[in-house]
Design a protein around this ligand. Structure first.
Ligand code: B12
Ligand code: SF4
Length: 667
């Protein structure tokens, strides 16, 4: 099947002059809900805006034959040039190995796309996994061509350094984005855009977001460029003034928190000859650069009233181009979390203090689902919220049944005593087929420490109720919460093990300190001696910490790793967005097709590790790939053990793009 790199919904030159863009890299198996929510709301108020999913359409560009032909040439030429050298620096060895490993992988990946969209092939496990491996291989090729960057649908990162302005500027200056040509082609079709808003939802969208901003400003200097979404909100909320100020070198404005009211008031103002900045000060959640250097203007913080929400509008997106054989739509009937007090959590805007738990009235929510089901011919939904309260989930279910709405859905719920066996059956009857629980720990003491409001007994009981009602259950757990002992971490794994017959998927992750969480606000209460960042983490997204008293030993960790491995071997687990990961489109389709236990057993075909042996070069490789890898590994281990340590002088760890290159030069 030839891959067409542009969707037929994009006309030669756009009539609209306002656009909202969802940039790479994110999950291409479904359309993310943030921008359709905004379009629906604005449309209801007579404000027209067009959506572009560059994450999805960009993938088609990557899969196009010409793109791969160009890459193959680049990989071959660069490898040949390095191979001609007498000696390679360590950095060149890193690149050399990636190039040599990528060369045999330079092929047409259109067949993988075809499998993902084919209703028969998709459910054929062997073919599915081959296609999945194909996409992972495509990323390996990209990592060689765009060395030193790493890519996946959930990542766009430097080898080790977090994104700071030096790294972003280097990425932009050397036209380092794999999508550069794609963006130019797409942006040329926008006519003379007056407004372009970009949604920076996930960390993995950071480089492409800033890249796009620069390109848009270069091509359309008069266009008003704006960012919004949870990730940019977190960045602005956590970073220092200087960093925030530098963001405005790329954009005209940032929308904090929810964007409905912001855009409703801003877009009409932009229709005028010149922007009245005085009036901007009154626009909710809007942030712009002030007249004086380093100053900002910021509108009032407003929490959106969900009674005003409109049906999300997906009409601009070509739903059959997503990487799945069926359509599924996301819908957010609630926002915020009604519990909102777990120690480790900093979900979305929740810690802002202005993101109270809210619900779209049940009648309206069901009418929205009905309208979307009809307009887009969709039967499958993911209710994309932090959580639904039990009363709301049950009322929604009852209404779905009363309205004879024939849909299947999945969502995240909190473990709550009120989910009795009858109520779980009601949820099933209303189409709930998969649920993800934040189980977090199997130790009652740790659950108390987390302020999770649940215990292991309740987890077992409620999970059983869902399981027996026929609803697939996923457990999200993590180890190493500050203060957790190795024995307590073992209790989590033991609980999963004991409940295995009723746990359909699980994840046992590692604790990550998130900015804004109670732990990072009051570290001393959790036995943390210091919270710090690396020098390059100017966006303050990855706090590090030292415990006051670290008891865990290396072999304890090994013991836990072994336990996780042996448990995992009895499941088919995978990372985002593939079948086997939690709450993804592919997993949901497999659960519907093969039943709730489809991932609770190993699949007969292993998932390929992201490696290739190399060996397809049309010339003899001069340098040993194993040796290149060994040297890289040794350097990285010693470099990171130093670069992540808290420095005495500046209260930061030295890791940054610049520091990394200095360390390499010192080799
Ligand atoms: C549901 C959900 C998921 C689902 C579905 C995700 C998907 N890809 O579709 C699942 C469970 C699969 C998931 C997975 C992950 N998620 Co998630 N997820 C959420 C959650 C709970 C709700 C998202 C939602 O539907 N919101 C409702 C919509 C309507 O709101 P919205 O997107 O924020 O949009 C509004 C505003 O942001 C604003 N806005 C948005 N864009 C723009 C643009 C402009 C110009 C303006 C003005 C305004 C604006 O207006 C919109 C309407 O009000 C959020 C938490 C949260 N409350 O936001 C986390 C969240 C989005 N996820 C997050 C993360 C980290 C992940 C993972 C990377 C986790 C992991 N370790 O793998 C994966 C990545 C998946 C991927 N690559 O796509 C982070 C993202 C921030 C970050 N630091 O990266 C969040 C914010 C949670 C957190 N930790 O704070 N996730
Ligand atoms: S972890 Fe879940 S239940 Fe706890 S505060 Fe965060 S969103 Fe709410």
């Amino acid at each position: 099947m030839p891959v067409t790199s542009s969707s037929s919904k994009t006309t030669a030159i756009e009539e609209d002059s306002s656009f909202l863009i969802f940039p790479p890299f994110a999950d291409p198996t479904w359309a993310y809900v943030g921008l359709p929510a905004l379009k629906g709301y604005l449309g209801q108020r007579g404000i027209s805006i067009s959506l572009r999913d560059y994450n999805l359409e960009g993938l088609y560009f990557l899969l196009a034959g010409e793109t791969m032909a160009g890459w193959r040439q680049r990989v071959t030429a660069r490898l040949q040039s390095l191979n001609g050298r007498k000696k390679l620096t360590l950095y060149e060895q890193m690149e050399y190995r990636r190039l040599a490993e990528a060369l045999p992988l330079c092929r047409d990946y259109a067949d993988c796309l075809a499998v993902m969209r084919d209703p028969q092939q998709f459910y054929h496990k062997k073919n599915y996994l081959r296609a999945r491996d194909g996409f992972e291989e495509l990323f390996l090729v990209m990592e060689a061509v765009y060395f030193p960057f790493r890519f996946s649908f959930n990542r766009a990162a430097h080898l080790v350094a977090p994104w700071d302005f030096k790294l972003l500027d280097a990425y932009i200056a050397r036209q380092g984005s794999p999508f550069d040509l794609f963006y130019r082609q797409q942006l040329a079709k926008l006519g003379q855009p007056r407004f372009i808003g970009i949604s920076l939802t996930f960390v993995s969208q950071i480089p492409e977001t800033f890249y796009l901003c620069r390109l848009i400003k270069e091509l359309f200097p008069a266009c008003f460029v704006m960012l919004g979404g949870p990730c940019i909100d977190q960045i602005v909320g956590n970073s220092d003034r200087d960093t925030v100020s530098r963001i405005f070198d790329y954009v005209d404005a940032v929308g904090l928190q929810e964007g409905e009211k912001t855009l409703e008031q801003l877009l009409p103002l932009l229709a005028g000859e010149s922007l009245d900045r005085e009036r901007c000060i009154a626009i909710p959640n809007l942030m712009m650069k002030g007249v004086n250097p380093g100053s900002f203007i910021q509108g009032p913080a407003v929490t959106f009233d969900l009674a005003d929400a409109a049906t999300p509008d997906y009409a601009d997106l070509e739903l059959d181009r997503y990487l799945a054989p069926e359509r599924l739509l996301l819908y957010s009937p609630t926002r915020g979390c009604y519990w909102n007090k777990c120690s480790f959590c900093s979900y979305g805007f929740n810690q802002s203090g202005r993101h109270a738990y809210r619900e779209i009235p049940v009648e309206r929510a069901v009418a929205d689902l009905q309208a979307m089901a009809q307009e887009f011919g969709v039967k499958n939904f993911y209710l994309s919220s932090d959580v639904l309260s039990p009363a709301y989930a049950l009322a929604l279910a009852q209404r779905i049944i009363d309205e004879n709405l024939d849909i299947r859905w999945s969502t995240d719920l909190r473990i709550e005593a009120s989910y009795s066996p009858e109520r779980c059956r009601l949820l099933y009857q209303a189409g709930l087929r998969a649920v993800a629980f934040g189980v977090e720990s199997g130790s009652d003491r740790v659950l108390r420490l987390m302020n999770k409001g649940i215990d292991a007994g309740l987890i077992r009981r409620i999970n059983r109720n869902f399981h027996e009602a026929g609803i697939s259950t996923s457990w999200m757990t993590f180890l190493s919460h500050p203060g957790e002992t190795v024995h307590e971490a073992g209790e989590t794994l033991a609980l999963i093990e004991r409940q295995r017959a009723m746990v359909d998927q699980f994840i046992a992750g590692e604790f990550n300190l998130t900015p804004g969480s109670l732990i990072s606000c009051h570290p001393e209460q959790y036995g943390i001696a210091s919270v710090y960042h690396t020098q390059g983490d100017v966006f303050r997204l990855f706090p590090l910490f030292n415990m006051a008293d670290s008891k865990a030993q290396a072999d304890d960790h090994e013991w836990l790793e072994e336990k996780i491995d042996s448990l995992s071997r009895r499941y088919h687990l995978d990372h985002y967005p593939w079948a086997g990961s939690i709450s993804t489109h592919h997993s949901f389709l497999y659960l519907l097709h093969d039943g709730p236990r489809v991932f609770a057993q190993p699949w007969p075909y292993p998932i390929k590790k992201r490696r290739s042996k190399g060996g397809a070069a049309p010339f003899k490789l001069k340098f040993s790939l194993e040796e290149c890898q060994r040297r890289e590994q040794a350097f990285m281990n010693s470099y990171l053990s130093e670069a992540l340590q808290l420095g005495k002088k500046d209260g930061q760890a030295p890791l940054s793009f610049e520091h990394f290159h200095k360390a390499l030069r010192g080799r």
